[in-house]
Design a protein around this ligand. Structure first.
Ligand SMILES: NC(=O)c1ccc[n+]([C@@H]2O[C@H](COP(=O)([O-])OP(=O)(O)OC[C@H]3O[C@@H](n4cnc5c(N)ncnc54)[C@H](O)[C@@H]3O)[C@@H](O)[C@H]2O)c1
Length: 510
């Protein structure tokens, strides 16, 4: 097997050889020395995923009032077959993530090619050179049984390894800023002991050089304001000691738009970690509430979305009510309540659990089954029924398929022996369902469809005209609207053209 990493577009990138790695390490030292001479501090970002790669670009773009960059950023991504491709791609000034935000390609080009303040590498050695390390690696929750999040747990093995690498390599003055969403207690009970142990092994006196560890969580939204959601947004932070807090405040103040979005300092990293997981549990719970009301609305002739609009008029208390949909996906809402629930017992030895949040995860994870029910109610047996699914990412206008509710939908529709064709303009491949071909063009999925499911509200799908859809289908399919993507006018048009229309929470359609 070739020792290459394959990018989503199919291009192959050879994994560096031992000689290439050695040459890269020399180059890292040279670049770092040059950058220090220019008065810049050195930042290493651990993990160039959805969060890390754009955060790295934001840090590399930060400059003082005269336009002088504060930092040079080494983005670090391991030389694995799965992820190495990100390094050469970034180093040409191209983002490794698809996004509808035009600022994403701009900031990569500006920092990598024009300012030359951002470069990616696969050498861990880079941590020896850093003044600040920003940790943006993943930390998953495992849910061993579908719809039973209470059995979920967090395997810290990989995260611990990442922290151990830092403990073995960083200089004692280096501040480690953990941005990864972690179970409350992680900085104090996991990161700190590992760094202390590794420092001690290296002969560093941890009384005079205690590890500098801070926590500040990202609230990034990888949609049309991807970059802005990192730079121009409120941040919460804390640290394990006063020096960590001071350094973290200084770093975030330099990198982010804190004039308009002031920082919030909490008393401890436990508090900051809890804030992140509670914030996402709150959203998960808010969405979960809407599903049972959507079912109720469907049964009594009510449009839940108009009800929601009416309630949201109560500014200050009710204007953030979320909406029912196909389901809840993405990396965060599906796992963060599980991380917090797990930490209660496993890191703090407490009894009890976060039952409301966990129940919400269960409701949200199983939400796509409601759309299956809607289709079955109209068509009965789904054997050989042709279903066109519009949207497989977890959110409108993004290409991220992680924990996408469309995955659950496709899996359960296939169990019913339906034939499902999938389309998504933002998704090139679907790693979670590798045998499903994702088309970018609706002409590949609509012809002959018995059912068209509007699963994700990508702009491209919202503007589709009913006549155009039906002309391509050549049939009069059942139209299923998973989250109010069709206006009443469009619904009337579909009906006038001979289609039945159904939707989650849309009981008003007769
Ligand atoms: N995606 C979001 O919208 C979002 C929002 C807020 C917070 N977060 C949190 O941010 C963290 C990162 O999320 P993400 O979406 O960027 O994940 P991701 O899986 O896209 O990225 C993680 C990256 O880290 C790399 N990595 C893992 N271990 C490494 C190591 N030891 N050294 C170097 N690289 C390593 C992986 O290869 C991957 O590229 C998670 O804790 C997540 O919950 C994500």
């Amino acid at each position: 097997m070739k020792n290459v990493s394959i990018a989503p577009d199919g291009r192959e990138y050879p994994i560096p050889t031992a000689e290439e790695s050695a040459a890269e390490r020399d180059l890292l030292v040279k670049i770092t020395e040059e950058q220090r001479k220019m008065g810049r501090k050195i930042v290493a970002v651990q993990g160039l995923g959805f969060v890390g790669c754009v955060m790295a670009a934001v840090v590399a773009d930060a400059a003082d009032k005269d336009g002088n960059p504060y930092y040079f950023v080494h983005g670090h991504q391991r030389a694995s077959k799965r992820s190495f491709w990100k390094v050469p791609v970034i180093n040409t000034g191209v983002p490794p993530v698809a996004s509808s935000d035009p600022e994403v390609p701009e900031i990569f080009h500006r920092t990598v090619v024009e300012k030359k303040t951002f470069r990616a590498t696969s050498e861990e050695f880079v941590y020896t050179l850093a003044d600040v390390v920003v940790v943006d690696i993943q930390l998953d929750a495992t849910k061993p049984a579908f719809g039973e999040a209470e059995k979920g747990y967090c395997d810290l093995t990989h995260f611990r390894e990442g922290m151990r690498t830092l403990g073995q390599l960083i200089q004692p003055h280096c501040m480690v800023l953990v941005e990864t969403t972690v179970p409350p207690g992680t900085c104090e009970k996991v990161v700190k002991p590992i760094l202390e142990e590794e420092f001690t092994k290296r002969g560093i006196d941890i009384k005079t050089n205690p590890p500098l560890i801070a926590h500040s969580y990202e609230r990034v939204m990888p949609g049309s304001k991807y970059v802005s959601s990192i730079r121009d947004f409120w941040r919460v932070f804390s640290g394990v000691n006063p020096q960590s807090i001071k350094l973290c405040r200084e770093f975030l103040t330099n990198c982010l738009n804190v004039d308009e979005f002031p920082l919030t300092q909490l008393d401890s990293t436990n508090a900051s970690e809890m804030a992140k997981t509670m914030e996402n549990s709150y959203r998960a719970t808010n969405i979960a509430l809407t599903l049972e009301w959507a079912r109720f609305a469907e049964q009594i002739g009510v449009d839940i979305f108009k009800v929601r609009d009416a309630i949201r008029k109560r500014k200050g208390t009710h204007d953030n009510m979320l909406r029912p949909s196909l389901g809840v996906g993405g990396y965060c809402l599906t796992k963060d309540p599980v991380l917090a629930n797990w930490s209660m017992q496993s890191l703090f030895g407490l009894e009890g659990g976060l039952d409301v949040a966990i129940n919400s995860v269960n409701i949200n994870d199983t939400m796509p089954l409601h759309t299956v029910e809607i289709i079955k109610k109209e068509l009965g047996n789904l054997n050989n029924i042709k279903i066109a699914l519009l949207g497989v990412s977890y959110l409108e206008n993004v290409g991220d398929t992680r924990h996408s509710p469309s995955e659950t939908l496709v899996t359960f529709l296939r169990k019913e022996m339906a034939t499902v064709k999938c389309c998504d303009p933002y998704v090139e491949s679907w790693p979670e369902l590798e045998d499903v071909k994702v088309e970018s063009d609706i002409h590949q999925v609509l012809p002959g469809a018995d059912v068209v499911v509007f699963a994700v509200g990508h702009d491209e799908y919202k503007v589709l005209k009913p006549k155009e859809v039906l002309d391509i289908c050549g049939t009069k399919p059942l139209i299923v609207d998973c989250s109010n993507f069709l206006t009443d006018e469009k619904i009337a048009e579909y009906k006038a053209l001979g289609c039945k229309v159904r939707g989650v929470g849309k009981g008003h359609i007769v």
